[in-house]
Write a protein that binds this ligand. Sequence first.
Ligand SMILES: Cc1ncc(COP(=O)(O)O)c(C=O)c1O
Length: 368
Amino acid sequence: MKGPPPVLKCTDWGLPRNEGFRMERYIDLRSDTVTRPTAEMREAMAVADVGDDVYGDDPTVNRLEELAACGMGKEAALFVPSGTMGNQLCIMTHTQPGNEIIAGAASHIVRYEAGAAAKLSGVAYALVDNPDHFIYDSDIRRLARPGGNVHYPKTTLLCLENALSDGNVVPQADLLAAADTAHELGIKVHLDGARIFNAALALGIPARGIAACADSVMFCVSKGLCSPVGSLICGTAEFVKRARYNRKILGGGMRQAGVLAACGIIALEKMTGRLAVDHENARLLGEQLSRIQGISVKREGMRINMVFWRTEIPGFDSDTFVNFMRERHIKISGGPEYRFVTHNDVFQEDVDTVISALRDYIVSLGST
Ligand SMILES: Cc1ncc(COP(=O)(O)O)c(C=O)c1O
């Protein structure tokens, strides 16, 4: 056949046409990972200057990495596909197989990364399980094993987290005391700062102030900052060079990733400044929830954009409640501890809509 090849359309692949397609609006409180890229991000993606990032040739990725390193007060940064990969790369780069890492029992690294540190880096975990989920300097002194004893693995890394997965924020003094003790004992410190900008806002200090305690820090430009994909790890130039090699091992080299990095740049330059709106909406939501009889809100988990609550109301059933809310175009995760998360796609007026739907559900219980 002569002439240019035919242009394939979605329909040629049996896919529905997407012209004019709009998603129905839901108030989605399940997580801030559900945020969609802003209009400005979508435009930036379209015009992003790109190159092959595995060759170090993508100017937009390079710019994002410079911004990230500068923002965290570190020498260098590396763009990675996810927060999980970022954490795992840092663990892999700081440790040797057979080492032990100290981490919070409820931390993301331990609880929600599918045991990756054991599988990918071959490390053992020494878990800290305090009721407040903080890690104190006394925990490090109790658990650290410096090596040299034939029975023990060598402790080489402390993994801290701020903000915590439970919505709380670790005070700077506690974070510093734990990190200083680790350093004193020759242990490196990694900070999972997936929501470091939320923590910084809650503490009233810049993110780089929190990151200063750590040898490496991971933060996400997805989640509350609205990038569709991506996280950054930051540390010394030498550390990042080794992490780049490990990223290749894990298959995380992303070629023309500038289309994604363009969103990351907007996330850092514009979206960090609006997180206070999410915190305020979470506060309003928490306040209104706590006014409902039979509902108890976890106060200490209300430092950022999250509200955790429980209820003793007779007949209150998690599955039925989730479905009831879904029918009212509100997406939530089930209990017994409910977590509502605010973000860029949740507006202040949505707080009233959510509370009135919840009240309707409670009223419906009385009539069954
Ligand atoms: C504290 C924390 N660390 C790490 C991650 C992992 O990020 P990702 O989902 O991009 O892998 C998350 C995700 O929610 C998180 O909350």
